[in-house]
Design a protein around this ligand. Structure first.
Ligand SMILES: *[C@@H]1O[C@H](CO)[C@@H](O)[C@H](O)[C@H]1NC(C)=O
Length: 262
């Protein structure tokens, strides 16, 4: 499924955001993503500690250190969209089950993982396409229901703006001969559509490609051994340039914070 529905209806939510928005970015995201609730189902994986939600198919590492915390979800194959949905935020509410927490407020989660399909499973194959399914961290699931033993609940969801602290961050992966970077802590739309890199010596932008999840790599060896600037395009199609955000002495595992945010 395209994580960016074409709907541009001026919903009540969008109108409210227009009134409240501190930046034009917020308005753009609301307009692109629309405010309509859609139907899906939700389960949970792992325990209260969220240990099983770390790492995952988006390429993030320790979700606490990276600012995502426990408010995360794995997405079914259709919603995950081969990693394009990674980093996007969703608002969910339990709807139409006697197990829904009474007066339960919606929860907001970031997509950090994939819920894989299993085509040999005759039932409980909620993550198979074309189903829309959220496999939540257990702490988030517990906020939606009166008893987690219910296992699966119907939910309604819609895209939400991601709130992040500080600038967009870049964690270097790869090595001296192969430049790869995890782009994380992306506010607003949260997902990343394209990344380009520019070496400090070259001055030419090189389009990176999505290796997996939110990890991008430079198909071009020219980037090696240089300081790096990045140009990040988010799910709304807005681009921000992060000049000289990575020094030439970078090593894998180091993380750098950009001066800007969506
Ligand atoms: C898929 O489902 C089958 C049947 O329930 C199960 O035996 C198998 O372990 C599952 N495969 C994976 C990768 O989870």
């Amino acid at each position: 499924m395209d994580p960016r529905p074409a709907s541009r209806r001026a919903t009540a939510a969008a109108a409210l955001l227009l009134l409240l928005a501190a930046s034009p970015a917020a308005v753009t995201a609301a307009a692109v993503h629309g405010g309509g609730w859609q139907e899906a189902h939700a389960t949970f994986y792992g325990d209260e500690t969220g240990a099983e939600t770390m790492q995952g198919a988006c390429g993030y590492g320790n979700l606490f250190e990276q600012g995502y915390g426990l408010e995360t979800t794995a997405l079914s194959v259709a919603l995950f969209d081969e990693g394009r949905a990674c980093g996007g935020c969703y608002e969910l509410r339990c709807q139409g089950s006697s197990y829904c927490a009474r007066g339960g407020a919606p929860v907001t989660v970031t997509a950090t993982n994939a819920c894989p399909a299993n085509y040999s499973k005759p039932n409980e194959n909620w993550c198979n396409p074309p189903l829309r399914h959220f496999d939540l961290s257990k702490p988030v699931f517990l906020r939606l229901v009166t008893d987690f033993h219910v296992g699966i609940i119907p939910v309604q969801y819609r895209r939400a703006l991601c709130a992040k602290r500080g600038g967009v961050r870049f964690e270097m992966r790869g090595n001296r001969w192969w430049v790869a970077v995890l782009v994380f802590n992306v506010a607003g739309a949260g997902d990343v559509r394209a990344v380009a890199a520019k070496g400090s010596r070259d001055g030419a932008w090189v389009e990176m490609r999505r290796n997996w999840g939110q990890i991008w790599d430079g198909a071009d060896a020219r980037l090696v051994g240089q300081g790096l600037s990045f140009r990040v395009t988010n799910g709304d199609g807005r681009s921000i340039v992060f000049d000289h955000v990575v020094p030439p002495t970078w090593t894998a595992g180091q993380s750098f914070e950009g001066k800007h945010q969506f």
